[in-house]
Design a protein around this ligand. Structure first.
Ligand SMILES: Cc1ncc(COP(=O)(O)O)c(C=O)c1O
Length: 361
């Protein structure tokens, strides 16, 4: 069996130890005589899996007791709508900070539900960056402020948390969830699709402060109600049982790695390796992101000379490095370095970047 080095942006690589355990438990989960996939979601055995997943996640992020942890479906895209449907409750609407494609999509979806103001934007064609907060136009009467903590396509990441006063801050952390230490209390709501740093596609995690739930717009489907999901421990209907089980194993793996602070240190090291390789061949490789706002998770770059992309990807493939092509909407290259990516594999990428630049520069 040959495992490749998978730089895909999501669904993305998972820790090898987790996959090995899933394989070992596939036919008989801990003497139950069945796969987790075959277990009733309200069985005692599955209850233990769900409870452990939630408590491990709470421990990893030090989630205070007044925050609910929800295991939902519909992807981060459904949260683009669920956030306004639950949180727009008589204020002046949502303030959106647009720093790339995902936050733009979130704003467009929310505009279908209610009033959306673009509080700040990177601007078309500008170098990817996070606008400084003194350039944001925030409305103190807003229902919430929304941002995307890490723009997966552009490779632009917040490494600071804005001050929004009493207005709840909502963050899409789909592509940097659990990759760095965060102070949950700075946020009213965090959401993340699982398929990058947490587990398989099909699971979306929502962490929401308890005073923000209970206000679903009356015309909205009841399944979209954070309060109902919280009261039912994410079991208003059948939850994505197998995806939650795998996420739970990833949480245990992360604890075994030393927790979020330890993984963050490794992520800093990995990003530094990749960006150093790009910068040391500056001119050959082009990074379109302001250095202070470069994503640790999604390293984006282009090859300046036209016509070399296919050769770059083919050479990478020969070295077992796959899924390095950029998002279909922007082209170029993107190396996603999520938690499961070992430092050694990023070092291999860095050395290939240098080699390719030397032989084609
Ligand atoms: C930052 C971010 N937000 C939202 C999404 C959409 O997620 P989903 O496909 O789970 O709806 C993605 C997908 O890659 C993403 O990277």
């Amino acid at each position: 069996m040959t495992r490749v080095i998978n730089f895909g942006a999501g669904p993305a690589m998972l820790p090898r130890d987790v996959l090995t355990q899933v394989a070992a438990e596939m036919l008989d989960w801990q003497g139950s005589g069945m796969s987790v996939m075959e277990m009733g979601h309200r069985s005692a055995a599955y209850g233990r899996i769900l409870t452990a997943a939630e408590s491990d996640l709470r421990e990893l992020l030090a989630i205070p007791a007044n925050y609910h942890v929800l295991f939902l479906q519909g992807g981060a895209t459904l949260q683009f709508a669920m956030v306004p449907l639950n949180l727009m409750r008589g204020g002046s609407g949502g303030d959106y900070v647009v720093t790339g494609d995902w936050s733009a999509r979130a704003a467009r979806e929310a505009a279908r539900v209610g009033t959306v103001r673009i509080a700040a934007t990177t601007g078309e064609g500008a170098l990817g960056h996070i606008p400084a907060q003194n350039r944001w136009q925030l409305d103190p009467a807003a229902d919430y402020v929304h941002l995307c903590a890490n723009e997966t396509i552009a490779g632009v990441e917040f490494n600071w948390v804005p001050q929004t006063g009493t207005v709840p801050l909502v963050a899409d952390m789909s592509s940097n969830f659990l990759s760095r230490a965060i102070d949950i209390e700075r946020y009213g709501l965090i959401y993340a699709g699982a398929q990058k740093n947490v587990g398989p596609a099909g699971l979306t995690i929502v962490i929401v402060r308890d005073d923000l739930v209970g206000y679903l717009r009356s015309s909205a489907p009841s399944l979209f109600d954070y309060a109902a999901q919280a009261a039912a421990h994410s079991m208003v209907n059948t939850p994505p049982t197998f995806a939650i089980y795998i996420a739970g194993l990833v949480f245990k793996w992360l604890k075994g790695q030393g927790g979020v602070k330890a993984i963050e240190a490794r992520n800093v090291e990995k990003a530094a390796l990749a960006y150093a390789a790009i910068d040391s061949a500056a001119g050959f490789y082009v990074s379109a992101v302001a250095p202070s706002d470069r994503s640790r998770m999604n390293v984006t770059f282009t090859i300046a000379r036209p016509g070399l992309d296919a050769a770059f990807l083919a050479g990478a493939r020969e070295r077992a490095m796959v899924q390095l092509a950029g998002h279909r909407s922007v082209g170029g290259m993107r190396a996603s370095l999520y938690n499961a990516m070992p430092v050694d594999d990023v070092a291999k990428l860095a050395s290939y970047l240098g080699e390719f630049a030397r032989s084609n520069g």
